[in-house]
Design a protein around this ligand. Structure first.
Ligand SMILES: [Zn+2]
Length: 327
């Protein structure tokens, strides 16, 4: 019905960390390649996700290798769009890499210079990194994650200075509120040229969770030509009712916040937090369901234009502003 662009999934982490992982196993992870095809996903951002712990850099490096192998070994399904920034109008899914947690490029006890050497090497190898989510749930050397109350640290400031003018967005999806505002203030004070997004975050006014965006950050995203990606994880939508996803979408529309998909599909096979099982509602558990979601939007208060903006248009306009070309 509508072509789709999605800004966040953890396919690479699944491929590297789950024994027997298979990119074509549509039951094992919501963003398996057949699901992306079924959902008419024209572009999928693949995050290199690591937690903050020893071995994070090695694990991230394996995920970058997995990105390259996907593009080489699954040519019938996907292609790399980071090299030439061209998104083709065909039945394959364009891929672009991103980093979720800067611990993947620098461990807690390493010299800071290594971080920039590694980023230079990543840019040399892949040409483009779409965004960096600087922290994850916890605090790291760069600043405070969404479950911490810490702000931006000195290493985080140095990282922002490195990112100036490099067309790598900073993703606020896993910052503490303090960290988010510290990042924005540093960008303003030092006049840094860094795009700001929230790749996979819902609305805190609808679901009061630290992973979701407070109204003040919604205003900042709008002011800075950013967007938010609607997240399908049950804990960030509503623990009981899958239909609350439409309330998040409606709230963003009321606030004039450009919304895209950032479904956040990950493998749940190694996760066992009883409070979070199931991690996804069945109706929102794989990329093949985008068309049904967009249909249901039209059965509700949304227009066809609203659906097109969410599925594709908001994302494609932002990508064009970042130098991508839609052919
Ligand atoms: Zn995440």
């Amino acid at each position: 019905m509508f072509p789709v662009i999605d800004f966040h999934c953890d396919l690479l982490s699944y491929l590297v960390n789950v024994p027997g992982a298979d990119a074509l196993n549509s039951e094992a992870i919501g963003c398996a390649l057949p699901n992306l095809k079924a959902g008419d996903v024209k572009l999928q951002v693949l995050a290199v996700f690591t937690a903050t712990n020893a071995g994070s850099v090695e694990n991230a490096s394996k995920q970058f290798d997995a990105y390259e192998q996907l593009c080489t070994n699954y040519k019938d399904w996907v292609y790399d769009a980071a090299k030439d920034l061209k998104i083709k109008n065909n039945d394959k899914t364009a891929l672009v890499p991103a980093i979720e947690n800067a611990s993947g490029i620098l461990e807690e006890d390493e010299p800071l210079d290594l971080c920039f050497e590694r980023l230079d090497a990543i840019l040399n190898r892949f040409n483009r990194l779409l965004y960096i989510t600087i922290t994850h749930h916890t605090e790291n050397r760069f600043g405070g994650g969404n479950f911490s109350d810490k702000g931006l640290k000195d290493d985080g400031k140095q990282l922002l200075k490195y990112l100036d003018g490099k067309q790598i967005a900073v993703d606020l999806s896993h910052t503490s509120d303090l960290m988010a505002f510290d990042i924005l203030n540093t960008i303003d004070q030092s006049k840094l040229d860094i795009p700001i997004i929230a790749s996979h975050s819902n609305m805190r006014a609808i679901c009061d969770h630290p992973r979701n965006l407070p109204d003040e950050l919604i205003e900042e995203l709008k002011r800075r030509n950013g967007f938010a990606g609607v997240n399908f994880v049950r804990a960030f939508l509503d623990n009981d009712n899958d239909k609350v996803i439409y309330d998040h979408i409606a709230y963003a529309k009321d606030k004039n916040l450009p919304l895209v998909f950032g479904a956040d599909f990950f493998s749940t096979s190694q996760l066992n937090d009883p409070a979070r099982i199931p991690y996804f509602f069945k109706s929102l558990s794989n990329a093949g369901q985008y068309p049904h979601i967009l249909e249901e939007m039209q059965d509700r208060e949304f227009t066809e234009e609203d659906c097109y903006q969410l599925a594709f248009d908001n994302a494609s306009k932002w990508l064009v502003s970042q130098g991508f070309v839609f052919e």
